[in-house]
Design a binder for this molecule. Structure first.
Ligand SMILES: NC(=O)C1=CN([C@@H]2O[C@H](COP(=O)(O)OP(=O)(O)OC[C@H]3O[C@@H](n4cnc5c(N)ncnc54)[C@H](O)[C@@H]3O)[C@@H](O)[C@H]2O)C=CC1
Ligand SMILES: O=C(O)[C@H]1O[C@H](OP(=O)(O)OP(=O)(O)OC[C@H]2O[C@@H](n3ccc(=O)[nH]c3=O)[C@H](O)[C@@H]2O)[C@H](O)[C@@H](O)[C@@H]1O
Length: 465
C-alpha cells in the first residue's frame, strides 16, 4: 500500500493552483507544494492579501487563505519539492506548437519533457508521476521512457489524471466533479499507484465517480471531452447563422432541442465564438494526431469545429462593419468584456481579441472595458497576433476601468463577455451619451433586447433575424 503524505505539483497556473488548493483543503493530512519557475506568479500566490492571487476564480481566494501555510505551499524551489514528494503532478502548459513539425496544430510538449527530465534528475526515492496537463494520447510512454533511463535506481509509475474543471466555476467543479478520471498500467505496481490516487480523491469524491481506465483511454478521453463540448458550441453557432436568415430564433431552438434528454440543455448557448486556452488547442491536437495516423476523414471532421468557430468570430465583426454603413474607419466601438467567458481573468484565445483585430484592420477606434482584465493584458493579447506594429494597437485601442466612459460617444457597443454586471447598467444613461443610431451587438445574447429597443437602441443579437 502506497501512502501519500507529500505532493508536489509542477505548474502554478489556472489548473495547478486551484486543483492543488482544493486537494490541500480536502486532505489536511497531506503536504501540498505547488512549484513554478515563474517567480512573479509564485510571489502573487504568496501575497498576504489573497485577493491578489494570480488566478481569479469565485471562491478560490477564501480556500487559499484557509490552507496556505498549513499544508499548502507555493514555491520556486522546484528540485526540493520534487525530491521530497511521493507523488508529483505535472500541470504545466501544453500550447499549440508555433514552430517546426506540426506547427499550428500539434501540442508543444517541450515543458512536459523538461519536467520529466527534472524529475528524473533530482529524485532520490520512488515516485508516482501524474499527468494533470492535457496531453496527446501516448505521451505517457515518452515520460516513462525518460524516467526509466535515469540510472538512479528509483522506480516511477505514470498515471494520467486529466482535469475537467472549467474556468469561472473551478472551485465548484473541483468540489463536486462529475467524475475523476485516472488511467494507469494494469500491472500490480500500476494498480497500486492508481489506488493511491483514488484514495486521495476519495476524501471528498464519491467512489462511484472515480473512474479508472487504461492510460491511453484516459489521455484520449480528455481530448475527446473538449472536442465534444466545443463541437456543441460550433453546432449551435453554425445554426445561429441560419436562424438569422430564416426568422427562427436560436435561443428557442436551443431550448427546444435541449429538453430532449438525449441532447441535454448544456453547451447550447450561441455566442460570438468559443475561446479559452484549451478547446482550440485540444481539437487542433486531435486533428494532428488523426492525420499522423493517416485518418484524413476523422481529422477533417473535427477540424470543421474550428473552421465554424473562426467563421463565427469573423462574421460578428463583419456585422458591426456592415451595420456601420460599411465603414468603421475612425469610429469608436465600445467593447464590453475581453475575457473568454465571465468570472475569469483569463483572456487566452478570447473571441474579443480576434474581433478587435478584424476591426483594427478596418481602422476602428476600440475602447475596452472588462471588470477583471488589465490594460497590459489587452495589449499583450493583440501584440501576440503580430498583425501590426504594437504602437498601432495602442493607437487603435484604449482600455478604461469605467464602462460608461467606454461607451461615451461610441457609434456601437459590442458585448464580448457575458459578465452579469452588464445587465445591471443604466442603459438609458449609456444611450443618452452615445452617437445615434445607437447600435448594440450582443455577442452573448445577454441583454434584454426589448428593454434596449424601448430606450431607442438598435440591437443585433446572435441567431435572431
Ligand atoms: N486552463 C484550464 O481551464 C484547463 C487547463 N488544462 C490543461 O492543464 C495544463 C496547464 O494549463 P494552465 O494551468 O491553464 O496553464 P498556465 O499557463 O496557466 O500554467 C502553467 C504553469 O506552468 C509553469 N511551468 C512551465 N514549465 C515549468 C517547469 N519546467 N517547471 C516549473 N513550472 C513550469 C508556467 O510558468 C506556468 O505558470 C495544460 O495542459 C492545459 O491544457 C486542463 C483543464 C482545464
Ligand atoms: O480543458 C480545459 O481547459 C477545460 O475546457 C473547458 O473549460 P473552459 O474553457 O474553462 O470554459 P467553458 O465553460 O468550457 O467555455 C469555453 C468557451 O465556450 C464558450 N461557450 C460555452 C458554452 C456555450 O453554450 N456557449 C459558448 O459559447 C464560452 O463562452 C467560452 O468561450 C471545459 O468545459 C472543461 O471541462 C475543460 O477542463
Amino acid at each position: 500500500m502506497t501512502k501519500i503524505t507529500k505532493i508536489c505539483c509542477i505548474g502554478a497556473g489556472y489548473v495547478g493552483g486551484p486543483t492543488m488548493t482544493v486537494i490541500a483543503k480536502k486532505c489536511p493530512h497531506i503536504k501540498v507544494t505547488v512549484v513554478d519557475l515563474n517567480e512573479e506568479r509564485i510571489a502573487a500566490w504568496n501575497d498576504p492579501d489573497t485577493n491578489n492571487i494570480p488566478v481569479f476564480e469565485p471562491g478560490l481566494s477564501e480556500v487559499v487563505a484557509e490552507a496556505r501555510g498549513r499544508n499548502l505551499f507555493f514555491s520556486t524551489a522546484v528540485d526540493e519539492a520534487i525530491d521530497e514528494a511521493d507523488m508529483v503532478f505535472i500541470s504545466v502548459n501544453t500550447p499549440t506548437k508555433t514552430y517546426g513539425a506540426g506547427i499550428g496544430q500539434a501540442a508543444d510538449l517541450k515543458w512536459i519533457e523538461l519536467c520529466a527530465r527534472q524529475i528524473a534528475r533530482v529524485s532520490k526515492t520512488d515516485k508516482i508521476v501524474v499527468e494533470k496537463s492535457t496531453l496527446p494520447v501516448r505521451t505517457a510512454s515518452a515520460i516513462k521512457d525518460i524516467l526509466t533511463h535515469t540510472g538512479s535506481g528509483c522506480k516511477f509509475q505514470i498515471l494520467s489524471n486529466p482535469e475537467f474543471l472549467a474556468e469561472g466555476t473551478a472551485i465548484e467543479d473541483l468540489n463536486a466533479p462529475d467524475r475523476v478520471l485516472i488511467g494507469g498500467d494494469s500491472t500490480e505496481e500500476g494498480k497500486e499507484a492508481m489506488q493511491a490516487l483514488v484514495d486521495i480523491y476519495a476524501n471528498w469524491v464519491p467512489r462511484e465517480r472515480i473512474l479508472t481506465t487504461n492510460i491511453w483511454s484516459s489521455e484520449l478521453s480528455k481530448l475527446t471531452a473538449n472536442a465534444f463540448l466545443a463541437q456543441r458550441v460550433s453546432s449551435i453557432n453554425s445554426l445561429s447563422e441560419l436562424c438569422e436568415k430564416t426568422e427562427a430564433d436560436i435561443s428557442e431552438v436551443s431550448r427546444a432541442i435541449g429538453t430532449d434528454s438525449r441532447i441535454g440543455p448544456k453547451f447550447l448557448k450561441a455566442s460570438v465564438g468559443f475561446g479559452g486556452s484549451c478547446f482550440q488547442k485540444d481539437i487542433l491536437n486531435l486533428v494532428y494526431i488523426a492525420r499522423s495516423y493517416g485518418l484524413q476523414e476523422v481529422a477533417d471532421y473535427w477540424e470543421q469545429v474550428i473552421i465554424i468557430n473562426d467563421h463565427q468570430k469573423k462574421r460578428f465583426a463583419n456585422e458591426i462593419i456592415r451595420t456601420s454603413y460599411n465603414t468603421v474607419n475612425g469610429k469608436k466601438i465600445a467593447f464590453l468584456g475581453w475575457a473568454f467567458k465571465k468570472d475569469t481573468n483569463d483572456t487566452r484565445e478570447s473571441a474579443a481579441i480576434y474581433v478587435a483585430d478584424h476591426l483594427l484592420f478596418e481602422q476602428a477606434k476600440i475602447t475596452v472595458y472588462d471588470p477583471k482584465v488589465q490594460e497590459s493584458q489587452v495589449y499583450g493579447d493583440l501584440d501576440y497576433l503580430r498583425s501590426r506594429d504594437p504602437q498601432e494597437n495602442r493607437f487603435g485601442v484604449k482600455v478604461t476601468s469605467d464602462p460608461y466612459e467606454a461607451c461615451k460617444d461610441a457609434h456601437a457597443i459590442a458585448i464580448l463577455t457575458e459578465w452579469d454586471e452588464f445587465k445591471t447598467y443604466d442603459w438609458q444613461r449609456i444611450y443618452d451619451n452615445m452617437l445615434k443610431p445607437a447600435n448594440v451587438f450582443d455577442g452573448r445574447n445577454l441583454l434584454d433586447v426589448e428593454k434596449l429597443k424601448a430606450i431607442g437602441f438598435q440591437v443585433k443579437s446572435i441567431g435572431t433575424a
